[in-house]
Write a protein that binds this ligand. Structure first.
Ligand SMILES: [Fe+2]
Length: 488
């Protein structure tokens, strides 16, 4: 639910028991709405104290105010006129929503963070940056405690957590998971190795590419993987329906990100799709530590995402093993992506263009650099994902959508360089001056086994034309064709 919808539900609910703090805020808001006074002495275009002044002035007077005249004089465009009140409105909505958070300490921290964020952008005039950074709502996704399920699958708390898992996947196509078996140190060890690998010269890395296998093992060079959106009418339709202010950043051509694919899990004894099950590539300079580190982190990600798969299966009312069983011997991939922030560290750069994942579920450790935006249920709202330390991010892919007949949607997302990314780059230059400046996403793709049939499972009803019975291996081949990795 969007912030404005949340607020709407408060304002229209007369029977709701509001906390004294919220009531006080509503009274203040109501008084402010009635007053609608315009400060004629105000001549600055800066958002010094977020208020209703610009909005009210713009709406109530047919003549430009001093502030509006100053905006014109400064060469600001109609888009700035439209965006500035939106910024102020967003600020007010966020602060109002924080008022009714249960945890006072969390509310305090979030309030300080929001104020700092808006302060940072008060002089911003670049439309692209304004749109990207002010319309993607900072947001913490539902957090699933996998430990509760591991302790006792049949406990009331574990069952509730399973329902929460299903709801989060249905409502957001994404969730955060805390797996007690995975620590931030494990993630850091993996990230350090992958950073070192990608810091190698271009030609050395190219020796690890296997285009004949559609790059499904080894390295995928930068500017190879092309977001499928351009050739997918459905994706174009999704973008067309997103309001201008929340649209993904425009991207042209293939992504500047690199990737490394490392198979995790056993091979099927027999399969109709051997090309998706090729032998692994071990980089020469890292031959001693690469297999161990990749296998260790891959196994951790695999067991964490299998836990979520099991919980989702139970949460949706299926046998807990239904979905995990379908992933057995699937062509799972540990697939870290890597973006060179020395080369592509400019705000507004699209590192991974708007797309959904073709597999079943994707899980990531926390990246050292922010920049991921998601669109829950592929709707109008863009969310900038924040992952707390020690947590993992899970996103639903196309195979999940297929098996649930669209109850869970493959979530569209993008990775872009934001002001936050830049801020982190500056910090890293000070705190880790000897480390390569690469943004690594420690991604793991969980797949349905290639020879399993994708079709809506009970209890889901799905459109048989949109989700026809299809072997998972065929679906993957089709999708890879769309993203230019496999020519067949
Ligand atoms: Fe993705």
């Amino acid at each position: 639910m969007s912030l404005s919808k949340k607020l709407g539900s408060i304002f229209t609910s007369e029977t709701r028991n509001l906390s004294p703090k919220v009531e006080k805020w509503l009274v203040k808001k109501s008084a402010g709405e009635k007053a609608k006074t315009v400060d004629k002495s105000q001549t600055s275009t800066e958002i010094t104290q977020p208020s209703t002044e610009i909005t009210n002035a713009s709406q109530s007077s047919k003549y430009p105010t001093l502030r509006e005249r100053k905006m014109l004089k400064d060469g600001l465009t109609l888009q700035h006129f439209i965006l500035k009140p939106q910024v102020l409105q967003l600020y007010k909505e966020i602060l109002a929503t924080i008022e009714w958070m249960d945890d006072p300490q969390a509310a305090k921290e979030l309030r300080i963070w929001v104020r700092q964020e808006f302060e940072r952008y008060r002089h911003e005039k670049d439309i692209q940056i304004m749109t990207n950074t002010t319309t993607s709502t900072p947001f913490i996704l539902p957090i699933i405690n996998l430990g509760l399920y591991l302790d006792d699958k049949n406990s009331t708390k574990a069952i509730e957590e399973c329902k929460k898992t299903a709801n989060a996947l249905r409502d957001y196509g994404a969730l955060l998971v805390k797996d007690p078996r995975v620590t931030e140190e494990d993630n850091a060890r993996f990230l350090d190795l992958v950073e070192d690998y990608f810091a190698q010269p271009f030609d050395i890395k190219l020796q690890d590419a296997r285009p004949e296998f559609g790059y499904q093992v080894g390295v995928t060079p930068e500017f190879t993987e092309e977001p499928k959106c351009k050739r997918d009418p459905h994706c174009q339709d999704v973008i067309a329906k997103i309001p201008v202010s929340n649209k993904p950043l425009e991207f042209v051509g293939p992504d500047p990100k690199w990737r490394f694919f490392w198979r995790i899990g056993g091979q099927p004894k027999q399969t109709k799709f051997p090309r998706l099950n090729a032998d692994p590539v071990i980089p020469a300079a890292f031959k001693d530590e690469w297999p161990k580190t990749m296998d260790t982190w891959g196994a951790q990600m695999h067991q964490a995402v299998l836990g979520i798969t099991e919980m989702a299966s139970a949460g949706f009312g299926m046998d807990a093993n239904t979905l995990p069983d379908m992933t057995k011997f699937g062509p799972h991939l540990l697939a870290p992506t890597a973006s060179d922030l020395e080369k592509f560290g400019k705000v507004g750069t699209v590192l991974a263009g708007f797309h959904y994942d073709l597999n079943f579920l994707t899980i990531h450790g926390k990246s050292r650099f922010p920049g991921l935006n998601i669109w829950p249920r592929n709707g109008a709202e863009k969310i900038a994902v924040r992952v707390p330390d020690g947590h993992l991010l899970v996103q639903a892919g196309k195979q999940f959508e297929w098996l649930t007949g669209g109850e869970v949607m493959a979530g569209y997302h993008e990775v872009v360089v934001t002001e936050d990314t830049l801020k982190t780059i500056e910090k890293v230059k000070i705190t880790r001056p000897d480390r390569p400046l690469w943004r690594i996403s420690s991604t793991f793709f969980l797949h349905i086994a290639s020879d399993e049939l994708l079709r809506p499972l009970k209890p889901f009803k799905g459109d048989p034309i949109r989700y026809p019975p299809t072997l998972a291996g065929d679906q993957v081949k089709y999708e890879l064709g769309l993203i230019e990795l496999m020519k067949s």
